[in-house]
Design a protein around this ligand. Structure first.
Ligand code: FAD
Length: 382
């Protein structure tokens, strides 16, 4: 790929956020975009995630973003001309106490008021949705049929290929080492490949966003948090058609089309460092949960186990927008839900930067909300 010394927009980070944002910028007419990625496509959290997509959230902002993301995902294969692996088996949320069920129902009322058709289901109905489920100790369930999961590699590659066709440049193995600022306005980036002058720089570096922000003297309140996840050998497809999830039960479980089961949520204490370690404690916890919930999986083998970083904010909601440095934008802090929000977050930021009205007003996600004390606390996170 030929080196460019200048671009309209430089995006730091080539995960789902960076690539989707580049795609929409090009689609809306701003095609002189360079994405710089220090590793390879999907080498960050995107390639390590559970890839669940759900509209069952507890804040209006996340509900609006997530249902708009579902609208995008449902037509994305056609739009991008490549498959994303979307599977809409729904999300079945499991509560283990009256208090937790009350919270799920509160969330459901909010979701319903915004047009999201989530509902409570009985144990018998839950078993119709997930025939192998053994959850007799559960107190209640909510379900939304449009939720599900997609393939993070296919989705990111589909966005990337479509973006490249429109002129976007994607440079891997190119680490951003500095952000240049003149008279409080961003002017470009330094990288291991050289300097690029740019009118706009967008920080999409996931759990490393705070590092990139600091390069321009901006303090973000984000931190990276390690989460583990594993995949089993294949079992009969149809064992777990929905995404199964419980906040107090510490699990999300999804079945891939070929039968393998991916599941995660570390039992306690998420280390706040950048070491991508994996522990026996997690395998023991997760295997026990899996065997109890889906007894047909007892005795199957775990084939791989890895960890990735959640990019956390103090309220569990993302940061989207410009900082005190002019034309230095951030799209970060997606915690455990940046894969599903990637497409809509990319779209609304690109709409803003190309002068059209964003589908969703994201101004409340401004990073100054922390200083103002206007947090958007999301209760439905793992
Ligand atoms: C175990 C696990 C399970 C998850 N499950 C789900 C789920 O079910 N659903 C969901 O929606 N989300 C889930 N997530 C969250 C999701 O993975 C993230 O929110 C999302 O991938 C964030 O995308 P991103 O593009 O911001 O970050 P990333 O994919 O991490 O991309 C950022 C990129 O920036 C690059 N970078 C960093 N520093 C530099 C630099 N200096 N120069 C150049 N490049 C740089 C990194 O190499 C990286 O590739 C999960 C995450 C984990 C870890």
């Amino acid at each position: 790929m030929t080196w460019k010394n200048r671009a309209d927009v430089v995006i730091v980070g080539g995960g789902i956020l960076g690539v989707a944002t580049a795609y929409y910028l090009a689609k809306f007419g701003r095609k002189d975009v360079v994405v710089l990625e220090k590793g390879a496509v999907c080498s960050g959290s995107t390639g390590r995630c559970g890839a669940g997509i759900r509209a069952q959230w507890g804040t209006e902002m996340n509900c609006r973003l997530a249902v708009a993301a579902l609208d995008i995902f449902e037509q994305l294969d056609d739009e991008l001309g490549l498959p994303t692996g979307l599977n809409q088996g729904g999300y079945l949320l499991v509560a283990y106490s009256e208090h937790e069920f009350g919270n799920l129902k509160k969330g459901m009322e909010l979701q319903n008021s915004l047009g999201i058709k989530s509902k409570t289901v009985s144990l018998a109905e839950a078993r119709e949705i997930c025939p192998a489920l053994d959850a007799s100790d559960a107190v209640g369930f909510t379900y939304h049929h449009r939720d599900g999961h997609a393939d993070p590699f296919l989705t990111t590659f589909a966005f990337l290929e479509a973006a490249k066709k429109m002129g976007v440049t994607y440079l891997r193995k190119t680490e951003v080492t500095g952000v240049s600022v003149k008279e409080n306005r961003v002017t470009g980036v330094d990288s291991t490949g050289g300097h690029i002058d740019a009118d706009i720089v967008i920080n999409c570096a996931g759990a490393y966003a705070q590092e990139i922000a600091k390069m321009a003297g901006v303090e973000l309140p984000n931190w990276g948090e390690r989460h583990e996840i594993m995949i089993t050998e294949p079992v009969d497809p149809g064992v777990c058609p929905p995404m199964l999830m419980s906040f107090s039960g510490n699990y999300y479980i999804q079945q891939r089309p070929h039968g393998s089961i991916i599941c995660g949520v570390s039992p306690e204490g998420h280390p706040q460092d950048f070491k991508l370690r994996a522990t026996w404690q997690f395998i023991t916890h997760m295997s026990t949960v899996l065997a109890k919930l889906l007894p047909v999986t007892r005795g199957i083998r775990v084939v791989r186990h890895w960890s990735g970083l959640y990019d956390m904010t103090p309220d569990g909601s993302p940061i989207i927008g410009e900082t005190d440095v002019k034309n230095f934008y951030h799209s970060t802090g997606y915690s455990g839900h940046g894969f599903m929000l990637g497409p809509i977050a990319g779209k609304v930021l690109a709409q803003h930067l190309t002068g059209s009205k964003p589908d969703i007003d994201f101004s409340k996600l401004d990073y100054r909300r922390f200083a103002r004390g206007e947090l958007i606390i999301e209760p439905n996170i793992t």
